[in-house]
Write a protein that binds this ligand. Sequence first.
Ligand code: ZN
Length: 286
Amino acid sequence: MSTGEAEQPVVVTERQAPIAIVRMNRPEYRNAQNSAMTFALDDAFGELAADDAIKVIILAGAGEHFSAGHDIGSPGRDVDRSFPRRASMWWDHVGRTGADRRIAREQEVYLGMCRRWRELPKPMIAMVHGACVAGALMLAWSCDLIVASDDAYFADPVVRMGIPGVEYFAHPWVMGPRFAKELLFTGERFGAQRALSLGMVNRVVPRAELEAETLALAAKIAEMPQFGLALTKLAVNQAEDLMGLRSGIDAAFGLHHVAHAHNAETSSDHLAGHDARTMRDAEREA
Ligand code: ZN
């Protein structure tokens, strides 16, 4: 596959036991997530889950941004590529058509993967700087804690495509229903301080101190017993699911795919003809 980025790994793991940093590494595309990246993240998290020396995992982005979301326009976009499935036992999307293809793919690389990562039995901290847009929100929300730099910004602009939010529809649970609607209805960016006031992130720190502060928080957590941390994470996740997170996401995933199907039926494609460039242009004009 010729993507112009064949030499560099799309995800890099740095071990500083008992902490590991997993860094998305497509900085020239603002760490847009293609399937190569989601599967590489899944590999990295799986290895660290099994590594007894590692107690806390930090998810970060290389370069100027955490992540611009799903890859809808880079040369490395790989929607037609098969990968061995791990998050679900559904069939491969390649060779399928219509909703059959879209649901098979998105259930694996987006919804299924995010759920697997959320359930990883070690505390995970998202270390967010710069853009954290659309599909990037799903990565940050799958982590247990979020530390943001003061220049971080967040947005889910996919309503512009006629789609009711990204696949892992945690919005009403992570920021409250009122602001979830504002975020989705307007598609506007909001900054780290607003995210903090909504309870969506844990801490906001100066950009220059982001890594040191996140590592310090991870080190403090790592002093706790590993099994105790795993049970605590499970207890809070179960409480969140009892508050409707899991079934709410399932319900929204169905609506998400109604929107993809509607777009495919009435416009040029399932994204209503949008790609990374038109979405950027629309935001500039807004
Ligand atoms: Zn989708």
